[in-house]
Design a protein around this ligand. Structure first.
Ligand code: ADP
Ligand code: ADP
Ligand code: ZN
Length: 228
């Protein structure tokens, strides 16, 4: 930006369809690089659980597998980004999901003297995404993600991270909703791959492989992007 040296904290974006592994990889990057994962899905689910005005408006749309309105999501993200821990650098997981959100993010970052260090697109085929979503569950205490087949805790029903024994499944991770979410992804979010490619910020990752292999690829990209 303008040739100035920018020392601002890193900003990374994870793009990819529902179930691609964004949350899984974001948590690993968070641990490895001390960045903060910002998941608009998690923020919206918290708003729904707290019964805030935004949460009330978002709930029906989320249950139907659509995208929550840009105004609501941008406001939630803006507030979260202003919290002090985000000064360490952030991984945006599930935001932006529309061109309007991407433009709002550009404006927000410019106001803070920040920029996007990398937009990483996790590429999976639609069939894999359905398999991943249908087996997904998380630890109710710490949010660690698991999968019935691909990522089981070492002891059944016990979280490897925190020892919690209550696991939960998302209401929208069911076959009827997955088709709508996939449709929303292709229509409204996939165009962002071109948006970031045009800015020279895009890296594509083959996300069909093993979680650990993908994490290694991601780590290398983040190192390069944040060393600039
Ligand atoms: P997203 O945040 O993109 O929706 P998640 O990170 O929640 O996706 O992953 C969806 C499900 O797939 C989870 O159950 C997770 O454990 C599992 N998963 C994540 N990455 C992989 C992978 N590379 N191979 C197999 N399963 C994966
Ligand atoms: P996944 O990665 O599996 O799609 P998320 O947890 O990211 O799930 O999102 C869950 C739901 O929350 C989405 O289906 C959508 O309704 C809503 N949502 C999350 N992030 C956004 C966003 N940036 N814009 C609009 N809706 C969003
Ligand atoms: Zn846990």
């Amino acid at each position: 930006m303008d040739g100035q040296t920018i020392t601002a904290a890193p900003v990374l974006i994870l793009l990819g369809p529902p179930g691609a592994g964004k949350g899984t990889q974001a948590r690993m990057l968070e641990e490895k690089f001390g960045l903060v994962q910002l998941s608009t899905g998690d923020l919206l689910r918290a708003a729904v659980a707290q019964g805030t005005e935004a949460g009330k408006q978002a709930k029906a749309v989320m249950d139907a597998g659509g995208l929550v309105s840009d105004d609501i999501v941008i406001a939630i993200l803006r507030d979260r980004l202003a919290e002090p821990d985000c000064a360490q650098g952030v991984i945006l997981d599930g935001f932006p999901r529309t061109t309007v959100q991407a433009e709002a993010l550009d404006t927000l970052l410019a106001e803070n003297g920040q920029r996007i260090d990398a937009a990483i697109s996790l590429e999976v085929d639609d069939a894999a995404m359905v398999t991943r979503i249908s087996g997904r569950y998380t630890c109710a205490a710490c949010g660690e993600g698991y999968h019935d087949v691909f990522k089981q805790p070492s002891q059944p029903e016990t979280c490897d991270k925190c020892g919690g024994t209550q696991m939960k499944r998302r209401a929208d991770d069911k076959a009827e909703t997955v088709a709508s979410r996939l449709e929303a992804y292709h229509a409204q979010t996939a165009p962002l791959i071109g948006y970031y490619d045009d800015k020279g910020a895009l890296t594509r990752i083959d996300a069909m492989g093993d979680i650990g292999d993908i994490a290694a690829d991601m780590g290398a990209i983040v190192k390069t992007a944040t060393a600039r």
